[in-house]
Each structure stands twice: as structure tokens, then as C-alpha cells.
Design a protein around this ligand. Structure first.
Ligand SMILES: C[S@@+](CC[C@H](N)C(=O)[O-])C[C@H]1O[C@@H](n2cnc3c(N)ncnc32)[C@H](O)[C@@H]1O
Length: 297
């Protein structure tokens, strides 16, 4: 058993729509707590193989214990799924029958103070999911302390869908002349004071949208997703399938458009699959999950 606390979402629907079968070969771009990977291994037995990616070494360490029993049928690599075509080729995993991307971060990462993803706990303003999460080692602190007001406004507006983006960017520029933002609480407490007291009628912490924007920017999440969809088309066998679980509308829009607009994809989900009420009750994170699947021809 693994000690991961992350609960995977939409597992049954994902396996069904990926058409996982005995002897098949699969890539899991987002290993995390390894539940999806283990299901791929179980359902592709006997003989099936799974190559899993994660940028987070902790996820890989935990999974290697959990998946030891599967021997050489499973390989885990510390790599960004942006390069899934190159890595799959290196590992002898081309062509594959199915690819899964379950985007974003895991609950284990959210509670890992050193990652600085949550404003509930005080940690360094880092937000990289792993050291290979981006190419230049950029952290959230770098963005907040050095980017121009225009660039701050752009990411907070576009990635955070925050209507006070301009106000926040201006306030940060003034504040950072006096002090450096070093921790999650430095930024979260500052945002609470900088935004109107009735922010979102009290339903959302004033830091929520800005933290989402910074995480997306630090991990270059939207460009990475677009690159990965193109990379997937290079390694899928004819009729192979790509399943993507996204957690916010920016990602879902990219997946939807790619499956509709890029030649070679046939969408198998007209509308995204969402979790049942029962799953959402047990796992609140499932509430925002959307699964889309397409086949490659
Ligand atoms: C939502 S969790 C996946 C959960 C997993 N499906 C399970 O069964 O537990 C997302 C994982 O993907 C990893 N990740 C996010 N972006 C990545 C990227 N570009 N390349 C590789 N791994 C990534 C995160 O570090 C995290 O561990």
C-alpha cells in the first residue's frame, strides 16, 4: 500500500473510455498517488506495460513501493509530460494504446509545505510541482518580486480569472519597494488587506485566484498541455486514445479545442464526463473534474 493521501478521480470512466485491455501499452503522464497507474496495470494484465511520468520525486518514491509487485511491467520516470514523445521513444514505449493526463497537483503536494501551493499553510513562495516543472527554475516569488505590473496583471487576469487583477498588480508593485514577498503567508495576508472586505461575498479567500494564476504560470501549465497533446499524437497507435482530466475551464477549453480542431483526433466524449454526486461527496476535489477522451487515427 502507498501512504499517498490523494484520491484519484473518475477512475472507472477513465479506464472504460481508454479501452484498457490485456497486453496493452499505456502512458500515465501524471503518476501522482498512482491509483490510475495501478488500474492501468491491473486491467492490462497479463503482459501489459505502463510508463508513468511525474515531475515530483516524492510521487515517484511512493509509487515505486506501491507498484513493486508489477515488476518490469511498470516504469516510473522523473520527467515532464511535455516531452512524453521523446521519453516514450527512449524507453521503448512507442506506439502506445492509450495515454492519460490527470492535470494539476495532488492532495499530497497541496499539504507539502515546501511546495508553497497552499495559502492555508506558511511555506516558501515556490509553487513548482517539481524541479523539472519548468525549464528555467522560475518560482512564484520570482514572479511576484520581479515581473512588471503589466505581466503580473496579465497572468492574474488570464490564469486566475481575477477581476481585480490590475488593482492587485499595482498594489504588489508598491509593496515590494518596501519588502520582498518570500512566503505564502506574506502574499496571502497582503492580498486579504489589498482587496475589498466583501471580496466574492466572503465565499472565496482573496488569495485563491492569484495563487491559481501563479501556479499556472510557474509550471507553464497551459503551454505544457498544448505541447503534450501534440506529442501524444506522435506516439499513439492508430485507434489509440488520449484521456485528459482537467480541473479548470482554461485547461478544459484547450482540450476541447484541440480535439475538435486538430486533424487526426476523433472526440469520444461530446460533453465532458463529470463525477457522480456520490463521488463528489466522498472526494470534494472531484467536483471540478472534467474528463475528455479522443481517439487518434
Ligand atoms: C492530479 S495528480 C495525478 C493523480 C493520479 N492520477 C493518481 O491516480 O493519484 C497530478 C500529478 O501530475 C504531476 N504533474 C503535473 N504536471 C506535470 C507535468 N507537466 N509533467 C509530469 N508530471 C506532472 C503532479 O506532480 C502530480 O503528482
Amino acid at each position: 500500500m502507498s501512504d499517498a493521501i490523494h484520491q484519484a478521480v473518475l477512475v472507472e470512466d477513465t479506464m472504460r473510455l481508454l479501452n484498457v485491455h490485456p497486453g496493452g501499452t499505456y502512458l500515465d503522464g501524471t503518476l501522482g498517488g498512482a491509483t490510475h497507474t495501478e488500474e492501468l496495470l491491473k486491467r492490462s494484465a497479463p503482459g501489459g506495460r505502463v510508463l508513468s511520468f511525474d515531475v515530483d520525486t516524492h510521487a515517484l518514491q511512493r509509487a515505486s513501493e506501491r507498484l513493486r509487485a508489477y515488476g518490469s511491467r511498470w516504469i516510473g520516470v522523473e520527467a515532464n509530460f511535455r516531452a512524453l514523445d521523446r521519453v516514450a521513444e527512449q524507453q521503448g514505449y512507442v506506439p502506445v494504446d492509450g495515454i492519460l493526463l490527470d492535470l494539476g497537483f495532488s492532495s499530497d503536494q497541496l499539504v507539502d509545505v515546501s511546495k508553497g501551493l497552499s495559502f492555508q499553510q506558511n511555506g516558501p513562495l515556490d509553487m513548482r510541482l517539481g524541479v523539472h516543472a519548468n525549464e528555467d527554475g522560475l518560482t512564484a516569488a520570482d514572479i511576484v518580486n520581479t515581473w512588471s505590473a503589466q505581466d503580473l496583471e496579465r497572468i492574474i487576469r488570464d490564469y486566475g480569472e481575477e477581476r481585480y487583477a490590475w488593482k492587485i498588480a499595482q498594489a504588489i508593485i508598491v509593496e515590494r519597494k518596501l519588502k520582498t514577498f518570500a512566503t505564502t503567508h506574506d502574499l496571502a495576508n497582503f492580498l486579504r488587506l489589498a482587496l475589498p472586505t466583501g471580496y466574492e461575498r466572503g465565499r472565496l479567500h482573496p488569495a485563491t485566484r492569484t495563487f491559481q494564476a501563479l501556479r499556472i504560470a510557474v509550471n507553464d501549465e497551459l503551454n505544457t498541455l498544448q505541447t503534450a497533446i501534440r506529442a501524444a499524437s506522435q506516439v499513439l497507435a492508430p485507434g489509440g486514445r488520449l484521456a485528459i482530466i482537467s480541473f479548470h475551464s482554461l485547461e478544459d477549453r484547450i482540450v476541447k479545442r484541440a480535439f475538435l480542431d486538430q486533424e487526426g483526433w476523433t472526440p469520444l466524449t461530446k460533453r465532458p464526463i463529470i463525477a457522480s454526486d456520490e463521488e463528489c461527496r466522498i472526494n470534494p476535489r472531484a467536483r471540478s473534474a472534467k474528463l475528455r477522451v479522443a481517439s487518434w487515427n
